[in-house]
Design a protein around this ligand. Structure first.
Ligand SMILES: [Zn+2]
Length: 399
């Protein structure tokens, strides 16, 4: 290999840290796999129909268990033994909702892909972060509550996009072009209730200053008896509108005026920060659970089977992310990582010069071995940009 190729190789090199972080993220997967098997047994008579295919729930759960158990554990490579160089051609992923490894990669890809779009919009419009909440619920009502939240949001968007009008309340003035909504479920550990809520990005006309001035006080202003925030007139309006939509009441100007208090809603100028909406639905919750598990090394402190079941039925067949108006139709909720299989020209030239030294062999390596090869034996692993950026994105915390 000439120096030029070695230099190029360095730009495509995979860090040992990314593989270590992957190993750390999949540590909880055997537990989730057990839960899937358990779930399949609990509902073994249930049938699942998708399109023209009907399978039994037990088989579906069993397959998921197998997939999540295998996630990230095998890496296919071409290996040049003497040169101690490996070209990573694929990493087997499971794409499961409860896999921190896959979900972290999806979240990063979404952020990477859609942030530039939001930045362009930010030049012509004002983008706001809006968080919408409903009262906490128990596990028994979680699935129903999540369903109602998503339905209520669709209903509320009709008013924002002026597809439905409220007499005496001209929403046209907001110049709303669209929104992205992202579902998140967290837990109130002390009361063992769930806190499903939405993080949204709204696009409004420029200069509208909806978060000013925060001068109104209501019960959402207090946290543990202390006054922590006040709200703008727009926030109070959305709180009430949101409540009417969620409770299924008729939305009129009088109904809004007569409502003493809505459900919590916070509006803030996004100021170029869009990270929150690209996260996955249970990112924060799983991170918290893992922290608790690490603290005293007790798996039981992690996600319990009952919690897993509640979340499974709340999230199954639901779009955690959805675009409205100008964002309608964006593929935000993708479950697949579509690899770029056209090899880079530079990668090809690296492979050619490696083949000039010795012949490469196709192998499947265990993640454990990959880490040992990089960290202890100082082998070089490299990959195409696509795989590299996915692996690089695994570094850092879980949220
Ligand atoms: Zn996975």
């Amino acid at each position: 290999m000439d120096l030029f190729d070695i230099e190029k190789l360095n730009t495509y090199k995979n860090s040992g840290k990314s593989f270590c972080d992957m190993a750390r993220r999949i540590r909880i997967n055997p537990l989730i796999a057990d839960y899937y098997e358990h779930l399949g047994c609990d509902y073994e008579d249930m049938l699942v129909t998708r399109g023209i295919n009907t399978t039994d729930f037990y088989t579906k759960c069993h397959k998921r268990a197998e997939r999540i158990l295998e996630c990230g554990r095998r890496v296919t490579t071409t290996q040049w033994k003497e040169s101690k160089v490996h070209h990573v051609t694929s990493v087997q992923l499971c794409a499961d909702k409860f896999c921190g490894n896959c979900q972290k990669q999806f979240a990063n890809r979404r952020e990477h892909r859609y942030t530039p779009l939001l930045q362009v919009l930010n030049e012509k419009y004002d983008l706001y972060h809006i968080a919408l909440t409903v009262p906490n619920c128990t596990g028994f009502f979680l699935s129903e509550t999540v369903g109602n939240i998503l339905k209520a949001f669709g209903k509320m968007m009709k008013f924002f996009l002026c597809r439905k009008k409220i007499r005496g309340l001209p929403f046209e003035g907001l110049g709303c072009r669209g929104a992205i909504r992202s579902l998140e479920i967290t837990m109130n550990e002390s009361m063992s209730t769930y806190h499903p809520h939405l993080h949204c990005i709204f696009v409004f006309r420029k200069g509208i200053e909806l978060d000013k001035y925060k001068v109104f006080t209501n019960s959402f202003s207090y946290s543990r008896g202390r006054k922590v925030q006040q709200f703008s007139a727009f926030e109070v309006l959305v709180q009430k509108l949101w409540r009417l939509c969620y409770d299924g009441d008729k939305v009129t100007k009088t109904a809004i005026e007569n409502l003493e208090e809505g459900y919590s809603c916070i509006v803030n100028y996004a100021d170029g920060n869009f990270h929150q909406i690209f996260k996955y639905a249970v990112a924060g919750l799983l991170a918290e659970k893992k922290k608790a598990m690490r603290k005293d090394g007790n798996v039981q402190k992690g996600l319990s089977y009952t919690e897993f079941k509640d979340l499974y039925f709340a999230l199954e067949n639901r779009r955690a992310l959805q675009g409205y108006g100008c964002f309608y139709g964006l593929k935000l909720d993708e479950a697949e990582l579509d690899g770029d299989d056209v090899a880079d020209e530079e990668i090809r030239s690296i492979i050619n010069s490696l083949n000039g030294v010795e012949e490469g062999n196709f192998t499947t390596e265990k993640l454990r071995d990959v880490i040992e090869n990089i960290v202890v034996k100082k082998h070089v692993y490299f990959s195409d940009k696509d795989i590299k950026s996915n692996l690089d994105s695994l570094a850092g915390d879980d949220t």
